[in-house]
Design a protein around this ligand. Structure first.
Ligand code: GLA
Length: 780
């Protein structure tokens, strides 16, 4: 809800409230952002200025020495009028100065969101969101800046963006224009970011906010795997379940900048927007520049409360309406089992196995097109490899569909190999700086998406294959960072990175809007473009090339602060794992992947009978609980003691059922009891708690089996190897009937194995062990 009273603007969501007001000089002064208030006393809430801030301070108002922009909380601040903090904008104004001073001119309200021209944006039905637009005008030049706020009540999120318009006769040059900035008094904030690189994305990092500016920025052309655009600010005592937390994110897939500054007056400014790195944008008279949308949220019930807001926002306002709440298929992907080495026959037999186990979609990954037998050639040419598919791709897709599986296909449309027909015919389509050699990444060059002919080529070549195969799923990849960003198709090279992303959005729209039934999963060497911009087009994203469950625990935990499980592609791979060589139980690989949009990517030809049986059971369990896994309320349980850092608890809560995942990295000997503690259930309702049964493979015990057998057998001998293929032990299953209150107090789980013989009341987890628990309401 938006209320405007006496130049005070109140934006309310279900649980939060955001207030600012117009000052006597027309600046917008931020008053409050936090938990919802019943009747806020604006004077009490406002940041006080009863004395001048110090003798070096610059006073904006001759008559009022306390009116210093540097010590005020502002909704927007320019440069050169006494505010020395990091400004959300740096503009060479029409008068050639860098000084800007935007003050209130008018405002308007709308009972809906306001779509953007070229950028994707959040969406809501008319009763779900309202928009407030405030036009500010520069005091000297004929330039206006419109601040646009859209309030998403149920999701407790507010989006913010700006539109800069030049109506002056002279041009202006934008060097930086972020989407928002927010000023607040410092509450001893911690700044939390999600960082990494290829195959180790989104690891959580906490740091105490100290004086100075903290900036994280992508300069690779994508939102990037080095750090995610989303970040949090929280009070010191905030935990998963308690405390005050602010969250920020951006609906954008290109270079971005997020910052948080603590200034000398103990004020914090945080903001996010397009990165100013090599950015320069000229606006002539009558032209405007629209920024992507920033998303902000607040929770006073800790990180889990904050994640709930972000998840609801993504599921209901970012993901395309067609896919909102839709069941995501359990897919089988050909990449890890085959890489480039396959024949149609091999794929068919894998697909058959996948179908037998209950999978729903077969994804033909890289290697299907002409010349593509390794990663040196073929990108750019989307005509089928006749050796691998002698009867064409359409016929192969038909065979897959006949088995009762959907057909999905991989592309990397933004790239070209020098060894390709496209490059031989149109080398000018690739990015390169005239007079210099282009640098390769994964042996490939980036196509110039600023060139309309390139965009047309992608739209028609990808579209043709989609129509020929009737694909219902596409994996859209992008496997290298951008270099040599130069194009003859733009007015100024400072526009390059932003124009590239606008080009990408244009291509995605043109391919997928006319084919709304195709589920798009975007990928960029895994999570190199895991952002809200891509999620507007692709309801799920390939989270990481690393599917090792131990690394995935950190990656999926990190991303879960900002994005819902439905958005995260998560697959079960072979062990030892191709990147870490870690050998993990099949149960743990599944137990991690099922907290996302599940898939399998292991070689089904070499599985033992017990492994096949276990996968069948896993899939049946996932199908039974798919809604909860993909859309249930996700929570991370706080694990406070340092020994517990070795363990992870994830929860997904549905209406009458909760599923808990317990994961252990290293096993100890005779360690503390593990406690399953679940808050927020109905105090007096009764719940049945059961461990999901899973297999314990004999090979895990190695030579130890001799202690429980009457005869000594060679652990690597024929008999035990055969036994391991056909026979497995059952892991310990615990059952409890208890009230919601008891669950909140915590169930003490059975002891873990500490060397005494195996029995089925001992939890045999070992290193990288894990279990799932279902908590089902049996009576109110
Ligand atoms: C990237 C993707 C993988 C796979 C390969 C194919 O690395 O992240 O999942 O599709 O490309 O080349």
């Amino acid at each position: 809800m938006i209320t405007i009273n006496d130049a005070v603007f109140r934006l309310q969501t279900e649980n939060t409230e955001y207030i600012f007001r117009k000052t006597k000089h027309g600046h917008l002064e931020h008053i409050y952002y936090g938990a919802k208030l019943t009747s806020p006393d604006i004077e009490a809430l406002a940041h006080k200025r009863t004395t001048q801030a110090g003798s070096t301070t610059v006073a904006y108002d001759k008559e009022d020495p306390t009116y210093c922009l540097d010590s005020m909380c502002l909704e927007w601040s320019g440069i050169g009028k006494g505010d020395y903090r990091y400004s959300p904008s740096e503009i060479k104004m029409p008068n050639n100065s860098f000084v800007s001073d935007f003050v209130y001119k008018s405002h308007s309200e709308k009972k809906s969101f306001v779509p953007m021209k070229e950028l994707p944006s959040a969406r809501g039905k008319d009763n779900e969101c309202q928009t407030l637009s405030i036009v500010l005008h520069d005091k000297v030049s004929d330039v206006s800046l419109t601040l646009i706020y859209t309030v998403y009540e149920k999701a407790n999120c507010i989006t913010r963006r700006v539109v800069l318009e030049n109506t002056d006769a002279s041009p202006l040059v934008v060097r930086r224009l972020l989407s928002m900035s927010l000023d607040m008094p410092n509450m001893g904030f911690y700044l939390i970011t999600f960082d990494g690189d290829w195959a180790r994305e989104a690891h959580r990092n906490d740091r105490f906010l100290k004086p100075g500016v903290f900036i994280k920025e992508s300069r690779t052309g994508s939102s990037g795997n080095k750090n995610n655009p989303g970040f949090l600010l929280c009070e010191e005592d905030a935990s998963e379940e308690h405390g005050r937390v602010y969250g920020f994110n951006l609906v954008y897939s290109g270079n971005y900048l997020s910052f948080a500054e603590l200034n000398s007056h103990e004020l914090v400014r945080a903001g996010v927007g397009i990165s100013p790195h090599c950015f320069e944008w000229t606006l002539n008279q009558g032209e405007n520049l629209e920024t992507p949308e920033a998303v902000i949220t607040f929770s006073d019930s800790g990180f889990n409360g904050l994640s709930k807001n972000f998840h609801s926002f993504v599921n209901n306002h970012i993901v395309n309406e067609k896919w909102q709440g839709s069941d995501r298929p359990i897919l089988y992907n050909s990449w890890e089992p085959c890489f480039f080495k396959f024949s149609q026959g091999k794929l068919i037999s894998l697909a058959r196995e996948a179908k037998k186990m209950g999978m729903e979609l077969f994804v033909l990954d890289d290697g299907w097109f002409e010349g593509r037998n390794d990663d040196n050639a073929g990108l750019g040419d989307y005509s089928v490899n006749k050796k691998k598919f002698p009867f064409g791709l359409g016929s192969f897709a038909k065979k897959i569909r006949k088995m009762g599986l959907g057909f999905g296909i991989w592309f990397e449309p933004e790239m070209v190999n020098e060894n390709s027909n496209l490059f031989r015919e149109h080398s000018e389509y690739a990015l390169r700086l005239p007079g210099s050699e282009a640098t390769l990444g994964r042996n490939q060059l980036v196509l110039d998406l600023c060139n309309p002919a390139v965009r047309d080529y992608i739209v028609s070549s990808v579209g043709k294959i989609l129509d020929e195969t009737g694909a219902c799923y596409v994996k859209w990849d992008m496997n290298r960072h951008i270099s040599e960003f130069y194009s003859e198709h733009i007015r100024s090279q400072g526009e390059y990175f932003h124009r590239y992303i606008l080009g990408l959005y244009d291509v995605l729209r043109r391919i997928f809007e006319p084919r709304p039934n195709i589920l798009l999963e975007s990928c960029s060497s895994g999570g190199n473009r895991f952002d809200l911009g891509m999620l507007c087009f692709s309801p799920q994203i390939w989270t990481s090339d690393c599917t090792d469950p131990v690394v995935r625990l950190s990656i999926q935990s990190g991303l879960s602060y900002l994005y819902p499980q439905s958005a995260m592609g998560a697959h079960v791979s072979d062990a030892p794992h191709q990147q870490t060589l870690r050998d993990t139980p099949l149960s743990t690989r599944y137990n991690t992947a099922c907290f996302g949009s599940l898939g399998y990517e292991l070689d089904l030809r070499f599985l033992s009978s017990v492994e096949k049986k276990e996968i069948k059971e896993q899939i049946a369990f996932y199908k039974e609980h798919r809604k909860i896994f993909q859309y249930g309320t996700f929570e991370r349980l706080p694990l406070k003691s340092s020994r517990l850092k070795n363990k992870t608890f994830w929860l997904v809560k549905g209406k009458d059922e909760t599923i808990a995942g317990f994961f252990q990295l290293k096993s100890g000997v005779g360690e503390e009891t593990d406690v399953l503690r679940i808050n927020g259930l109905k105090d007096d309702a009764k719940y049945r708690v059961t461990t999901k049964s899973q297999q314990l493979y004999i090979k895990r015990f190695g030579g130890l089996v001799k202690h429980i057998l009457p005869v000594t057998l060679n652990p690597d001998g024929f008999i035990l190897r055969m036994a391991n293929r056909f026979y497995a032990l059952k892991d310990c299953v615990e059952n409890y009937e208890c009230s919601g209150k008891t669950l909140a107090a915590g169930i003490k789980l059975n002891n873990q194995f500490t060397g005494r013989p195996y029995n089925n009341t001992t939890r045999l987890l070992g290193d990288y062990g894990s279990s799932l628990y279902t908590i089902k309401k049996t009576s109110d």
